[in-house]
Design a protein around this ligand. Structure first.
Ligand SMILES: *Cc1c(COP(=O)(O)O)cnc(C)c1O
Length: 380
């Protein structure tokens, strides 16, 4: 199947043997009857497995072109499960320009358990080699990054990781498998905050992992069940429904994203627009190579780097909602320095370019004329 068919049918064959329903039933149950101890029909307790969640997990695997999918109660719960593969003394090389919540989880939770994190720029893939020690067990990256829209060469880092037998995980939340499929490019683990584009309607919090290797999948299933950060059947249903329109939503997100990037670029009050589709973007060539288009996320800074001015702009927006999160059908605007990235110290934040004036947009799928007029009135 091609991608646009997989989003609708991938892993969904014979979904309801009882009545042939086209969508999987929401199995709102915690447990399953057994005819004799151990005599069940594949499910015994909903932390370990639930048919609605299983349908979603097969869809995750299908759209990322992987063998095994796992659903979690949030994106951070999915990352938490990956880090629990490690042991005290192990080291992780992580990108420095990463989702604030991932940074907080690494720094404030897992460092306490003796795992060491190196936060580095990965725009130049070879840089990673300088940080590899015999204890390095995982390389963690995001691309495009949040909120600077840096592009990381997945294939190049995958080669480095493979040569040293290090696990390589990619947070694919921003790009989605519509734009890039990290497993095809050499990653071992793909992670999603399904809260964002996969769900797509800002109505659910969920996380996903997809892998190819059976042994790795078994270790992650063990952690998923043992730690228990699973999602419920209702949420599984909603994300499965969201995935069915991922391709058409992404197409429009990309179109609108491009139009807004070009509008902002030409506006006299704008200092800089961060969007990988510009030829002047430092890793534009890599973006073109590994992505099918450039997505609906972009950031911009205004001239003068003024904190109060940035706040005023986001307050004046009417069609764009001032809110955390991204990836829904509606357009959102955020001020990373005071919102998503407030948990990263100012010094660390500014090193990666998250200035006081930076505004991040998640461009939705509304009419482009309304989105541009809204930005225009707020900037004017
Ligand atoms: C939102 C987000 C996360 C965390 O996911 P939750 O579902 O909020 O737990 C991780 N990575 C990226 C890139 C995100 O945008």
């Amino acid at each position: 199947m091609k991608f646009n068919t997989k989003v609708i049918h991938g892993g969904q064959e014979n979904i309801d043997p009882a009545y042939g329903s086209v969508m999987p039933p929401i199995y709102q149950t915690s447990t399953y009857s057994q005819s004799t101890p151990g005599g069940h029909k594949g499910f015994e307790y909903s932390r370990s497995g639930n048919p609605t969640r299983s349908a979603l997990e097969r869809a995750f695997a299908s759209i990322e072109n992987g063998n095994y999918g796992l659903a979690f109660s949030s994106g951070l719960a999915a990352i938490d499960a990956v880090i629990k593969l490690l042991e005290p003394g192990d080291e992780v090389i992580s990108i420095n320009d990463l989702y604030g919540g991932s940074y907080r989880l690494f720094k404030q939770v897992f460092e306490k358990y003796g795992i060491k994190f190196h936060f580095i720029g990965m725009e130049n893939a070879e840089t990673v080699e300088n940080y590899i020690t015999p204890n390095t067990k995982l390389i963690w990256t995001e691309t495009p990054t949040n909120p600077m829209l840096n592009i990381i060469d997945i294939e190049a880092i995958g080669k480095i990781a493979k040569a040293k037998n290090i696990l390589f995980a990619v947070d694919n939340t921003f790009a989605t498998p519509y734009l890039q499929q990290p497993l095809n490019l050499g990653a071992d683990i793909v992670m999603h905050s399904a809260t964002k584009y996969l769900g797509g309607h800002s109505d659910v919090v969920m996380g996903a992992l997809v892998v190819n290797d059976k042994d790795l999948a078994d270790r992650l299933y063990f952690i998923q069940n043992a730690s228990g950060a699973v999602c419920g059947p209702q949420d599984s249903f909603l994300v499965l429904r969201g995935i069915k329109t991922l391709h058409v939503r992404m197409q429009r997100h990309c179109e609108n994203g491009r139009a807004i990037a070009e509008f902002l670029q030409a506006h006299p009050k704008i200092e800089k627009v961060f969007w990988p589709g510009f030829e002047t973007h430092p890793n534009h060539e890599i973006a073109k190579k590994q992505m099918n288009d450039f997505g609906g996320m972009l950031s911009f800074s205004t001239k003068g780097n003024n904190y109060e001015q940035a706040i005023k702009i986001v307050e004046k927006l009417k069609v764009f909602t001032l809110a955390e999160s991204l990836g829904g059908v509606e357009s959102l605007a955020g001020h990373p320095a005071s919102m998503t990235h407030a948990s990263i110290p100012k010094e660390e934040r500014e090193k990666t370019g998250v200035l006081d004036s930076l505004i991040r947009l998640s461009v939705g799928i509304e009419d482009i004329d309304d989105l541009i007029s809204d930005l225009k009135q707020a900037l004017d």
